[in-house]
Design a protein around this ligand. Structure first.
Ligand code: ZN
Length: 149
């Protein structure tokens, strides 16, 4: 029996079941829907920003356990982060899942290591990456807007 796998499974399940971040934000600054046709995952991300800081982030939608657990981890790890930190985290998640690199996450985002095992299953990688690809679209939108300061 592999204790690491059991622990990771528990973290994924806890994140999947958590409803704290699973809601739409009426006053979101940015929202973006992401769809993964290979599984049917359909998730919308909501971001509230103040200048360069992400003050709140939530998600809503339907998806498999990997997809929703990953989206919940995204929300937990990005509240209070800057847009640059969000970009950095997107890069680290993709390195882990797509390039199968050793996970390396800052404090508060360690739960993401639990989905490292998904990198062996290309179909599931799409599930885990859906919310991060959606976040990437929002980050591009934020960066393309002229600063209002
Ligand atoms: Zn899925």
């Amino acid at each position: 029996m592999n204790l690491g796998d059991d622990l990771y499974r528990e973290i994924i399940l806890d994140n999947y079941k958590s409803t704290e971040n699973r809601k739409s934000l009426d006053d979101a600054t940015f929202s973006q829907e992401g769809f993964n046709p290979s599984c049917g995952d359909d998730v919308t991300l909501y971001l509230k920003t103040d200048g360069d800081t992400i003050t709140d982030v939530t998600y809503d939608g339907m998806g498999c356990s990997i997809c929703l657990a990953s989206a919940n981890m995204l929300c937990n790890s990005l509240k209070g982060a800057t847009v640059a930190q969000a970009e950095d985290l997107i890069g680290r998640v993709k390195a882990m899942l797509v390039n199968q690199e050793q996970p390396d996450f800052p404090d508060g985002a360690e739960d993401l290591e639990a989905i490292a095992g998904v990198s062996k299953f290309p179909v599931r990688v799409k599930c885990a990456l859906l919310s991060w690809n959606t976040l990437h679209q929002i980050v591009q939108e934020i960066k393309s807007k002229p600063s209002d300061r």
